[in-house]
Design a protein around this ligand. Structure first.
Ligand SMILES: [Zn+2]
Length: 343
């Protein structure tokens, strides 16, 4: 079968398409014929081998995928051949204390498909059956592939970690990336008032079309913090959903309301940042980390988006042969929503 194969860490030129052996299912695995995959920022780190993410090479990247079950192991239950499915990329051991409590993303040996094992940028993939869910009926396979990693991440951030309630104000940094657009869509679904930031007026307009109440251009705006405080009548925002990290972190402490929740799921601009400790204790802020989500959060998220017939924002769909072009676009942050690869 054909797959994107990473033979050494480094630049985009290391993403090549080659023939590789077909996957063989273990007893607890299904083989999925991938119809569509989607890019995530994680794919860049995996390719670069950054932040200690050096992995066994050669490696097939890709964490999001949707397709059809074509084979299954002897111990697979609840799934059948020809089912149209999506993949939950979080890998957990199933036996540690956290797994026993249903907190799979806090598993002591937590991993991610496309990072810890071969990923979805291939014609076929072997996946543990616990990680496979039926495709929501209202989504086609391109939309379904664009859903999982970012919507599951956003769901856990907003609802499990930051306890979002209707009417609260949510600030989302760097609209355009997959997690940010997913946070926007889910926060609006939950009845929140949403403020987004971006360096692009074009992205701000697109975000307003899918529900953003306020948009601030952090490149042209002389004082973002002042602007956000004005929007909230001086109170500050209740929740900050941050996947940007170093570049936005100091702003969070200027604009958080008393008792606000600052929830971080990624650091696309770097992991080292300054925290105003005085603001932290005086304003009684909650700093929360969040990673992907559990099997039950996945099911809750799918139920909610199916009921609302919510579709993930897709920036573009590219054939797999254009992997370098697609990845380059994401690396330059030129996208608004998910970039999908068709196999
Ligand atoms: Zn575990």
């Amino acid at each position: 079968m054909k797959a994107v194969l990473l033979k050494k860490h480094g630049g985009l030129e290391n993403l090549v398409i080659e023939e590789v052996p077909e996957p063989v299912p273990k007893d607890n695995e299904v083989i999925i014929k991938i119809h569509s995959a989607a890019l995530n920022h994680l794919d860049i780190w995996v390719r670069q081998g950054a932040d200690g993410r050096k992995i066994a090479l050669p490696h097939i990247p890709g964490s999001d995928g949707a397709g059809t079950i074509i084979e299954k192991g002897a111990k697979v239950v609840g799934l059948k051949i020809d089912d149209k499915v999506i993949i939950n990329p979080g890998l957990s051991c199933g036996i540690c204390e956290q797994c026993q409590h249903g907190q799979q993303s806090q598993c002591r040996s937590f991993g991610i498909i496309g990072m810890s094992i071969n990923g979805t940028f291939a014609e076929k993939i072997a996946v543990p059956f616990e990680n496979v869910n039926p495709k929501p009926e209202h989504l086609n396979l391109d939309e379904a592939a664009a859903l999982t990693l970012t919507f599951l991440t956003a769901w856990r951030m907003l609802f499990s970690r930051a306890w979002l309630k209707p009417g609260e104000t949510v600030l989302i940094h760097g609209i355009g990336g997959g997690v940010a657009t997913s946070c926007l869509q889910l926060a609006k679904l939950a009845g929140a008032v949403v403020i987004i930031t971006s360096s692009s007026d074009n992205k701000i307009e697109k975000a307003k079309k899918i529900g953003a109440d306020y948009g601030i251009n952090y490149k042209t705006d002389s004082d973002i913090s002042k602007n956000i405080l004005e929007i909230t009548n001086g109170k500050g925002v209740d929740i900050i959903a941050d996947s940007v990290g170093a570049a936005t972190w100091p702003i969070n402490f200027n604009v958080a309301s008393k008792g606000a929740r600052i929830v971080l799921c990624g650091v696309t601009t770097g992991a080292q940042a300054q925290t105003n400790l005085q603001y932290l204790y005086w304003n009684q802020l909650n700093i929360l980390g969040s990673t992907l989500g559990s099997h039950s959060e996945m099911k809750e998220m799918l139920k909610a988006i199916s009921a609302a017939k919510l579709k993930p924002v897709i920036d573009s769909i590219e054939p797999i042969k254009n992997i370098v072009k697609a990845m380059d676009k994401m690396e330059k942050s030129d996208q608004f929503g998910k970039i999908v690869l068709s196999l």
